[in-house]
Design a protein around this ligand. Sequence first.
Ligand code: PEP
Length: 253
Amino acid sequence: MRKKIIAGNWKMNQTPQEAQALCALLKDRVDGAEADVVFCVPYVDLYPVLDALKDTQIAVGAENMHYEDSGAFTGEISANMLKEMGVTYVILGHSERRQYFNETDETVNRKVKKALDSGLIPILCCGETLEQREAGITVEWVRMQIKCGLLGVDAQQAKSVVIAYEPIWAIGTGKTATAQQAQEVCAAIRQVLAELYGQETADAIRIQYGGSVNGKNAPQLFAMADIDGGLVGGASLKEEFAEIVHYKKDMIE
Ligand code: PEP
């Protein structure tokens, strides 16, 4: 039985002071969650957030990292830096990074391997554009992103990876994939994981859905067989995040 994992992606929001205030608002409300809960925050917020959440069950993640250990990469942050701070997770290959910062499957794969070698848990993002969905190539596209993202990752390491399926047309748009649409692609992702690593490993890997998750739609989405939680953008900056984390309370019979 996979434990659900619900992660907030703050994106480029919250100054360090605002970050502390948001943690103060959410930490007691999130308390008692049955799922693993993660706040993925901007680099400058990592210390204040780690400090604000130190006596809680909430883990902290970064939103990106570089694949090299150190060197002449002005403005970049390494896996070792994150690890030493006490960061546990790192989002890799988010569609906004692919779209605006030239992330490719190759750089994402290098980052995934570096994160795993450094003891960080990657949240590996994949997902199709609306054009790709309408062309009927969603599953093919996502299968390829997963295969490329995990190239050279062995079964033991793969077990700790979290996959986030995020249809690009649903991110920040208020348009959520239906639970059936999301389940269909998450099942296809599990299928490709089984082809790569065998069924036992595929069954151990957690697959999140992301794309306009909110307090209302979380119960249906998270009830699907292959959806093991969510990656949440906009709603992670609000009290509503606590509702998402406690989605079971609103579960529709
Ligand atoms: C995201 O940032 O990964 C995301 C899914 O955003 P939103 O929930 O706002 O659509």
